[in-house]
Design a protein around this ligand. Structure first.
Ligand code: SF4
Ligand code: SF4
Length: 268
């Protein structure tokens, strides 16, 4: 999707935004089909320095399309049933033909069925942590208010800036409600999230046990409100909600730490 073009997910039956985490859950989350269109084998084979016929032999299978009844080529999976993963996936989450991957992969999660059918959307959301449901304003405001109250019940921090900074930000996980709340927050001090930072950023303040109790309370709150549940890396969740938050690959700096403005140049 090009910058500035309308997000097709926002027109679906369940409006959503999406940003890929490159987690590969959609490539490994169970049995399914990755349909191949004419002309898609050759670029993938070339990427792997293979002849197309050898690629077809090793990486594809012919199956019946349940929609049309036609026999079609699909990518092969390793293993069978639940947990089957695309045979082109290497290591934990690397697609070996990423630049040449089929349109079926490129279009996810904007498949027609996902945009049109709530059940298909739920199945996609259960797989893909990059999908951020656009929550109705009324529910959102109520949930934010309850989350503020939960934060207010937490023991006060000895130092409001005590947070996750000694941990790798990619290890911090948050829920969808926390991410929505944080993404809507005004910058506060040196932390872009400030008082809206999720519980994962407060572990040092709370201690492991109290932090776990607070997470249980948060989950119960989300369930009671019917808030769309998700749990994933904070950096990824924020990316799906606010494209401006990110951090350099390999940087230990928290992605929400603001860089102070440089002091004015006294000579200028
Ligand atoms: S499951 Fe979603 S976030 Fe993860 S790689 Fe697939 S599209 Fe990206
Ligand atoms: S071709 Fe690549 S992107 Fe598509 S399912 Fe396989 S590993 Fe995932």
């Amino acid at each position: 999707m090009s910058a500035g073009s309308p997000d097709p997910g926002l027109n679906g039956v369940v409006p959503f935004r999406w940003a890929c985490h490159r987690c590969a859950r959609c490539c490994s989350g169970g049995a399914g089909h990755v349909w191949l269109e004419p002309g898609e084998v050759e670029p993938m084979a070339a990427t792997l320095s293979m002849q197309p016929s050898a690629f077809v032999e090793q990486y594809t299978r012919e199956v019946t399309d349940p929609q049309s009844g036609a026999r079609r080529l699909s990518l092969r999976e390793e293993g069978r049933g639940e947990g089957g993963r695309c045979a082109l996936l290497v290591g934990a989450a690397e697609c070996s033909v990423y630049a040449a991957r089929p349109a079926h992969c490129r279009r996810f999660p904007y498949w027609d069925a996902v945009l049109a059918d709530p059940a298909a959307f739920e199945a996609a959301r259960a797989t893909c942590p990059g999908i951020a449901v656009v929550v109705p304003d009324e529910l959102r405001e109520r949930a934010f208010s309850e989350l503020r109250a939960l934060h207010a019940r937490l023991p006060a921090a000895p130092n409001e800036q005590s947070c996750c900074l000694e941990r790798c930000p990619d290890e911090l996980y948050a829920t969808g409600l926390e991410a929505d709340f944080a993404a809507a927050a005004a910058p506060d001090g040196n932390c872009a999230l400030g008082a809206a930072r999720p519980l994962a950023c407060r572990t040092a303040q709370l201690g492991e046990q109290a932090a776990r109790g607070a997470v249980d309370e948060l989950r119960a709150l989300e369930r009671s409100l019917g808030y769309p549940a998700s749990y994933a890396r904070l950096t990824s969740l924020l990316r799906a909600r606010n494209g401006s938050i990110g951090h350099d690959e390999g940087s230990p700096r928290c992605p929400t730490t603001r860089i102070p403005e440089p002091p004015p140049d006294p000579t200028g």
